[in-house]
Design a protein. Structure first.
Length: 309
């Protein structure tokens, strides 16, 4: 069942087109990864979903309700964490968390205490004294203290150390096991690969690929390291071979998935001694889409400072 639906979404700021026909769907109990470079349109899409910005064209619906006209009803069932958290400097972290939870009518003290311990956050300090990472922790504790149906997370681990990133990942998986949905915008591709059921890649305000990692991997290359009894000759003449280099007695290269059979047939003629095959990663897929594009924030429909990202 669909929790979030975006159809032909467009958003312009004067003559600048930030979003150009975005289509996206997040299902119940699914973690959906939303990735793209700065300026591609990720945060603009999220601001439309939150009812902060009004779409120029198209529609955005959450729980079947219009993201702009029914934003108040939608916000009763969602939790949001931005990538750069601004808090009231004279309130303590604990007071801010309690405020957010009470605004939603929640009162799960045990869950709050559990998350404070997990994220190693001192709630008695004033927010003005917090580092960026600790401000991020306040937002994460507040969000995961809520019994939301949809978590919208926009670069949520910005400023966190690797240990706290692991804690965040555990919280996302707990939410998924509870049947909750998560929209995760992140530049940490390993994090997206680890957590997400499906991925959408946005470029220049358009979703250019959507699917599970298995569905998308046919679009990229496999990494091979091959050592043979006899030197391999004329391999570079085959279709689908990329970035070939010698590593001692072995040969390292990438091969397009559709050409893998032909390449292996040629290599086997030279007597394979050692063969290592590494499946393509999300980073490989992502870079395949962006290599040689020379993309910048302004080319992607944003401004040089990434305001429209």
């Amino acid at each position: 069942m669909s929790v979030l639906q975006v159809n032909n979404l467009a958003k312009s700021f004067g003559k600048v087109t930030a979003l150009n026909g975005v289509n996206m769907e997040v299902n119940e109990g699914e973690v959906f990864g939303f990735i793209g470079p700065n300026g591609a349109g990720k945060s603009t899409t999220i601001r439309v979903l939150l009812g902060i910005l009004k779409a120029t064209e198209g529609e955005a619906k959450i729980f079947g309700k219009d993201a702009w006209s029914e934003a108040v009803e939608i916000h009763k069932r969602i939790a949001y964490v931005p990538g750069d958290v601004n808090l009231w400097p004279n309130l303590t972290g604990g007071e801010v968390i309690d405020l957010f939870v009470k605004l939603r009518g929640g009162n799960k003290k045990s869950r709050r205490e559990e998350l404070l311990k997990k994220f190693d956050l001192d709630p008695s300090k004033k927010c003005g004294a917090y580092s960026k990472g600790n401000r991020q922790k306040v937002a994460l504790v507040a969000a995961f203290s809520l019994d939301a149906d949809l978590y919208i997370l926009d670069e949520p681990t910005s400023g966190l150390d690797p240990l706290m990133e692991q804690v965040f990942q555990q919280c996302v998986m707990e939410a998924k096991r509870a049947g909750k949905s998560v929209l995760l915008s992140s530049h940490i591709l390993s994090e997206v690969e680890k957590l997400c059921d499906r991925v959408g890649i946005i470029r220049q305000g358009k979703i250019i690929e959507t699917g599970t990692l298995e569905e998308l991997r046919h679009l990229t290359r496999t990494n091979l390291l091959v050592e043979t009894k006899e030197p391999i000759t004329h391999l570079h003449e085959l279709k689908g071979i990329h970035d070939m280099e010698e590593k001692g007695r072995a040969l390292s290269f990438q091969v397009d998935m559709e050409e893998l059979g032909a390449v292996m047939k040629r290599v086997s003629q030279f007597g394979i001694v050692k063969l290592e095959s590494t499946p393509p990663t999300l980073e490989d897929l992502f870079m395949r889409h962006y290599e040689g594009k020379g993309q910048t924030g302004t080319e992607a429909g944003g401004d040089p400072n990434g305001f429209y990202n």
